[in-house]
Design a protein around this ligand. Structure first.
Ligand SMILES: Cc1cc2nc3c(=O)[nH]c(=O)nc-3n(C[C@H](O)[C@H](O)[C@H](O)COP(=O)(O)OP(=O)(O)OC[C@H]3O[C@@H](n4cnc5c(N)ncnc54)[C@H](O)[C@@H]3O)c2cc1C
Length: 434
């Protein structure tokens, strides 16, 4: 019998469990730990609340979760409640699937000013992540600046721009919905250091911006390269750039309340303000060998809210080697140390789609299989339960999550699939009711 601990219940964690079941069938026991009492990582707290079909992937993880050989051990933080060395004593393999939940720093003056956020916290706020539910961003000024040219920047822009009606069918949390209802933001500027050909935005997400009820996207036609140059792009990128061309060719946004402006070749230099963010200082750039190079020309954008969508880093765990430059665990194709592995964003950083984590999970199980053979008689589940008992760690099971899930569905406002609990204690209240 092999005993495997997976730390993190996001896509990478569940794909790894799925692969372990496929590899060993009845001859494996998998425990999936998570800090939160609720599973599925960024599927719940990252993927946009108005993209419910994408969130539907969690049904696939449920099939794995309901296998008798897999269990969810929620509300337990590895590295705090239980040390890595303790897990290694109990399980043949420990696979870290902890994602990359921390915002990369911009390294700009003024970054610490109130109402300047990284996307992990801002997205966590509107998605009801308990760590960010109290963020309370002020949306009381005319302009928001979003820094970054990826899909997360588009998510944030779209959420700030949507009308209340457009959130129908989404699971945006009530506190965000009411803050957005009162929002005064009428101009959203998306800053990118490079140009339209260098965006990391997918066609579907860009296309959505052109269909919003009260907001209209605008691109300065002068920022676009000659159309003939699009031929060299891969088909997806060509389609994305095609959307930018459509936005550039459209009439100015006269009959819309909110303008979404793409400001390309624009590198933020500082956030200025006294009590909170008031302006972003920007330097105009040009491309040299594909890199953005400052031109020395600067300008300021008045902005009461700044959201940096520039990437994420894995959280450190005591005694686990970490690559500071890369921002994730130090590893050789997923191997960290004997018996210790990493997968998903914790292995490779915040790149790819949800599906990218599947081959990652299957690849790590192959390595585990090479390394652990038939298992070495470690204590596994019963050993963990004894340790948790002795330490007073009261964990949440998958059946407990199902109760939380039912309560969230029962609490849903009309037209919404659920109203999420945004505080861990409220989730635990549901579990401890009977
Ligand atoms: C804002 C945003 C929107 C996105 N939208 C899309 C999209 O529309 N489509 C798409 O394909 N991809 C999207 N992605 C990417 C996708 O979410 C990731 O590829 C995927 O979630 C990474 O999976 P993971 O399992 O590595 O990490 P995560 O999903 O982050 O899961 C990590 C889990 O580990 C837990 N954890 C962390 N530390 C500990 C610890 N010490 N102890 C116990 N548990 C711990 C966390 O609570 C979390 O549940 C989006 C990402 C973001 C940030």
């Amino acid at each position: 019998m092999r005993h495997i601990a997976i730390v993190g219940s996001g896509p990478a964690g569940y794909y790894t469990a799925e692969a372990a079941l496929k590899q060993w069938s009845e001859d494996v026991r998998v425990d999936i730990f998570d800090t939160l009492p609720v599973p599925f990582g960024l599927i719940r707290t990252g993927v946009a609340p108005d993209h419910q079909s994408i969130k539907g992937v969690s049904r696939r993880y449920e099939t794995t979760a309901l296998s008798e050989n897999v269990r969810f051990v929620g509300n337990v933080t590895i590295g705090k409640d239980i040390a890595i060395a303790e897990l290694q004593d109990l399980y043949d393999a420990v696979v870290l699937a902890t994602g990359a939940p921390n915002d990369k720093k911009m390294g700009l003056p003024g970054e610490e000013l109130p109402n300047v956020f990284g996307s992990a916290s801002f997205v966590g706020w509107y998605n009801g992540h308990p760590h960010f539910a109290k963020l309370d961003p002020a949306l009381s000024h005319d302009t928001a600046v979003i820094i970054g040219n990826g899909n997360v920047a588009l998510d944030v822009a779209r959420i700030l721009a949507k009308s209340q009606e457009e959130f129908e069918g989404s699971d945006i949390v009530a506190h965000a919905l009411s803050a957005l209802d009162a929002s005064q933001i009428r101009r959203i500027v998306i800053l990118g250091r490079r140009g339209p050909h260098q965006i990391a935005m997918t066609p579907k997400e860009l296309g959505e911006l052109g269909k919003l009820a009260r907001a209209c996207p605008h691109v300065d036609a002068g920022d676009l390269p000659d159309e003939a140059e699009d031929a060299a792009l891969d088909p997806g990128q060509r389609k994305s750039v095609g959307h930018l061309r459509t936005f550039a060719a459209a009439e100015p946004c006269a009959d819309h309340d909110i303008a979404i402006e793409f400001d390309f070749f624009a590198s933020p230099k500082a956030i200025l303000g006294t009590e909170r963010a008031e302006e972003v200082e920007v330097e105009r750039t040009r491309l040299e060998d594909g890199k953005a190079v400052g031109t020395g020309e600067t300008y300021r954008i008045p902005a009461g809210l700044v959201v940096a969508c520039i990437g994420y880093q894995t959280s450190k765990i005591p005694d686990v080697p970490y690559d500071d430059k890369a921002g994730h665990f130090a590893n050789q194709e997923g191997r960290i140390a004997p018996g210790l592995y990493c997968v998903g964003w914790a292995r490779r950083g915040p790149t790819g789609t949800i599906g990218t984590n599947r081959p990652d999970g299957f690849a790590i199980v192959e390595k585990v299989a090479e390394d652990i053979g038939e298992g070495s008689g470690k204590a596994g589940r019963p050993g963990f339960d004894a340790l948790a008992d002795s330490r007073g760690v009261d964990y949440v099971k998958f059946t407990d999550w199902q109760k939380i899930n039912e309560a969230e569905i029962a609490n849903a406002r009309e037209g919404s699939p659920r109203e999420k609990f945004v505080a861990v204690e409220h989730m635990i209240d549901v579990v401890s009711k009977d």
